[in-house]
Design a protein around this ligand. Structure first.
Ligand SMILES: *[C@@H]1O[C@H](CO)[C@@H](O)[C@H](O)[C@H]1NC(C)=O
Ligand SMILES: *[C@@H]1O[C@H](CO)[C@@H](O)[C@H](O)[C@H]1NC(C)=O
Length: 360
């Protein structure tokens, strides 16, 4: 199935679900698309980065982190195994102790103060704000995928980027004109999606999608830049089962993050800069959006993700295959900030770490 028809299936699912409030119907639609799609609620906002700045407290910028509560400033592969170190996870699948994180977003008001932009829980899911996580097998229903091995980690994006040049393939923003709009709204990085942050007010919020590479060199769980051990398909797309390059022959599930920023609180032109420029800023002090990035540290219990992929699990439950937990349980999971500081849920005069806002 291609993204267009997938999007159509999801689109239908959303409209039907909205009309009939029927999650059962939605589950059936997801079964066709066979993609795991689940909620991972906020675990902590913290200025640490065990992947890019291991052991450094504080790291340069703030992240929003979801998943297993063993997340910490240093998580050395393979010894530090989130699936055995964690006591809980904020994800729907209770055997997934992986950590998923991105930069978080701020609104910069005309008077120069900042406030954190909250996230919406995606349609059909429950929890507190966080990330919608997808694991997508190839749509032909046949091509074998290999689950990530223990200790595996990777990074998409570049926190220092302020231009389109050098942007990794699949990291996009979508501006939703109103709240009624289908929050899936078709395939990521198509239509009017932009690599940078939208320049106009978005009545229904902003969606960020981060799609990870799906080809692996088959031996390294990491690489110095956290990117070289994986690659995007050499042609075509993952969904069309585009071939992996010879250097990276092992096909991985397509991991994707979807973050739904609820910018509606700031849709008041009197708060916006008078020159009409867009006021949203990532936690790196990135006023462009090109610096958004997604980090992944694998932490599923032994064998569980492979089982889920083989069974073509879909949506956020997989009866008889995967253990799940309710939002009431997952949202109790949390961890203390390593770097104790104000995240910016009220107006703050500078970004965490005092980072200046840059536009190039
Ligand atoms: C994180 O690491 C620090 C220092 O190594 C340790 O004191 C702390 O207990 C760890 N936190 C968690 C949640 O494991
Ligand atoms: C700055 O602007 C915001 C948004 O208009 C407002 O809520 C806040 O009170 C202002 N802060 C100061 C110090 O003026």
């Amino acid at each position: 199935m291609q993204w267009t028809s997938l999007a159509l299936a999801l689109g239908l699912a959303v409209q039907d679900a909205a009309a009939a409030s029927s999650h059962g119907l939605m589950a059936r639609q997801f079964a066709q698309a066979a993609m795991m799609r689940f909620q991972c609620s906020q675990l902590v906002f913290d200025r640490i980065d065990p992947l890019v700045q291991p052991g450094v407290t504080p790291a340069t910028h703030m992240h929003q982190i979801v998943g297993g509560d063993s997340f910490n400033v240093s998580m050395t592969p393979v010894n530090y195994d989130p699936s055995t170190k964690s006591s809980c996870t904020t994800c729907d699948f209770s055997e997934d102790f992986s950590n998923y994180w991105t930069a978080n977003l701020y609104f910069k008001a005309k008077n120069g103060t900042f406030k954190r932009v909250k996230q919406m829980v995606n349609l059909g899911l429950q929890g507190r704000e966080g990330v919608t996580v997808y694991y997508i097998p190839p749509y032909d229903g046949k091509t074998k995928v290999t689950a990530f091995p223990k200790g595996f980690r990777m990074l998409v994006g570049d926190a220092g980027l302020r231009t389109k040049t050098g942007q990794q393939k699949q990291l996009c923003h979508r501006c939703f004109s109103n709240m009624k709009q289908d929050p899936f709204g078709g395939a990521p990085c198509t239509g009017a999606d932009t690599f940078d942050l939208p320049k106009t007010q978005c009545g229904g919020g902003i969606r960020t999608t981060i799609t990870f590479p799906t080809c692996w060199n088959g031996k390294d769980v990491d690489s110095p830049n956290h990117k070289d051990h994986v690659a995007y398909p050499s042609s075509g797309s993952f969904e069309s089962t585009g071939p992996c390059p010879a250097s990276h022959p092992v096909r991985l599930p397509q991991l994707m993050y979807e973050v739904m920023w609820d910018t509606t609180e700031f849709n008041d032109k009197s708060m916006w800069p008078s020159d009409g420029s867009q006021p949203f800023v990532y936690s790196m002090g990135d006023g462009t959006g090109y610096g958004q990035h997604g980090d992944y540290v694998f932490g599923w219990k032994d064998g569980v993700l492979q089982k889920a992929l083989d069974a073509r699990c879909s949506g956020n439950t997989c009866s008889g295959q995967l253990k799940t937990q309710t939002a009431a349980v997952s949202t109790k999971c949390a961890t203390r900030q390593s770097v104790r500081e104000n995240v910016g849920d009220q107006w703050i005069t500078e970004l965490p770490g005092g980072l200046p806002v840059t536009y190039k």
